[in-house]
Design a binder for this molecule. Structure first.
Ligand SMILES: Nc1nc2c(c(=O)[nH]1)N[C@H]1C(S)=C(S)[C@@H](COP(=O)(O)O)O[C@H]1N2
Ligand SMILES: [Mo]
Length: 250
């Protein structure tokens, strides 16, 4: 079956099922095609599944909107208090020379990048909107290395399904599926609005996932782990907070 007709069948099937016999049937179709998000909560909470499955089918190739320079926000809002962790402040005092981004898990070659290493790789800049689930948002230019470039360098195994990512900040981690990890707009960023990424916005390194809500764009990025099963990575990643949907597509 062609990709297009398969896609038509899937979306048609999901819509029909949702209309005819409720969300539970839609979830059943989603499961058959491997479109269950890791926080699905079983067939009794099929809403998350329907959102994820429908989005993944319809927007697999879609791009987050990019804006002209004239629309960059004059006063971007840095969420939360400045990070005060002792190991962070020490690294900052040394100009982040010792900052490393580790890439491991289901890869042929685990790698470790300094900021200088990352700056030598091919970069991309994009002007996108970042939206917090609490209602505020801003537009900024972000510069960095496409996550796909790092995953290719490490040699991601073909059976990988997720990329988990960790912050230097305690208990801060998250994950995305391969569709978002390999998406051209998903960047490991070290620059914002033409300068270094400010501390308040996650400097020296932050993952930007512009097709999802702000909370998926983790600040103070230190590690990427490729996996086929989030349950292998401990509670923090296998059991995400119920307040924040794992899939936050916009
Ligand atoms: N490490 C870390 N990353 C984080 C957060 C955080 O508290 N710690 N907050 C998230 C949330 S809820 C949002 S909306 C955005 C805010 O990005 P900003 O501070 O650049 O505005 O960062 C996300 N990344
Ligand atoms: Mo947020």
């Amino acid at each position: 079956m062609s990709l297009l007709s398969r896609r038509k069948l899937l979306t048609g099937g999901l819509a029909t099922a949702a209309g005819a016999s409720g969300l539970v049937a839609a979830a059943r179709i989603a499961r058959r095609y491997g479109l269950i998000p890791p926080d699905h909560g079983g067939i009794y909470a099929p809403g998350e599944t329907l959102t994820y499955a429908a989005q993944r089918i319809l927007t697999r190739h879609s791009m987050a909107r990019e804006f002209p320079r004239s629309l960059i926000s004059k006063a971007p809002f840095a969420n939360g208090r400045p990070i005060q962790q002792e190991n962070y402040l020490r690294s900052q005092a040394g100009g982040f020379q010792d900052w490393r981004l580790q890439v491991d898990g289901m890869v042929a070659r685990p790698l470790s990048f300094s900021l200088a290493d990352l700056r030598r790789l091919s970069s991309r800049s994009q002007i996108t909107h970042i939206a917090c689930e609490e209602g505020w948002s801003f537009i900024a230019e972000w510069t960095g290395v496409p996550l796909s470039v790092l995953l290719d360098a490490a040699g991601t195994r073909p059976d990988a399904k997720y990329v988990a990512y960790y912050s230097l900040e305690k208990n801060a981690s998250d994950s995305i599926d391969m569709a978002d990890a390999l998406h051209p707009q998903t960047l490991v960023t070290y620059g914002m609005n033409g300068g270094d990424l400010p501390v308040g916005h996650g400097g020296p390194l932050r993952l930007r996932v512009p097709r999802q809500l702000g909370y998926k764009s983790l600040k103070y990025l230190t590690r990427l782990t490729v996996t086929d099963d989030l349950n292998k990575l401990g509670r923090e990643l296998s059991d995400p907070s119920p307040e924040y949907a794992w899939y936050a597509g916009i």
